[in-house]
Design a protein around this ligand. Sequence first.
Ligand SMILES: [Zn+2]
Length: 230
Amino acid sequence: MLDTRLSYREHLEYVNKKASETTGSLCRILLNIRGPKQVRRKLLATVVETQLLYAAPGWAEATAVSSYRQVPLCELVQEAKEIRAALAGDQANHRAKTRMQSVDNWQAAWDNSSKRRWTHQLIPSIEPWVKRKHAQVDFYLTQALSGHGCFRSFLKRFGHDTEDGCPECGSGIVEDAQHILFECRRFGYDRQILPLMLLNEANWKATAAYAASVLRTLRRPDNERRGAPA
Ligand SMILES: [Zn+2]
């Protein structure tokens, strides 16, 4: 119950009256002899406690005012408040620990996997990746990070190109994501940002812009080779 000054005096009086009535009713059915067993008694007694402590953290401070102490609620309410805070703290700690364990397990699997080595090269550490707040992965960045894009080695794997060599850098050099993003003579600019992409939002955006520029450039010759519109 709310009063205009939020003193909760009326609420304490109301709770006291209601809990007393319930206690009286329960006393009549909880006979000492041939009455319910202790487990059931405890269960029924929690009805009173629930009435007393309903929304207690919200009005707990009012129990500190001595003139409002219609019932000895102060300690009980403070205890309920502290238990709730401790439980919330424990849950948060537990969640954080569980998340850390998951990340550790993921990191171990990531380091030991034989797949996605290209992506591992770009993102060796899982933790800054999962904790990042600034980063959206778009169409082109996904291709760059996965290596699944207009790279000739990837296209050839799926029968979309007959060659996998880089037309710019000479025979024997495979055109894959690593070559294009880190080595190819065609794309020298801005590539130093790649290992720093997770540091901050500006780096992330610069990396995304670099990936988009490179992938769009690669798409043109790919479309020409396949006779598709640019
Ligand atoms: Zn090249």
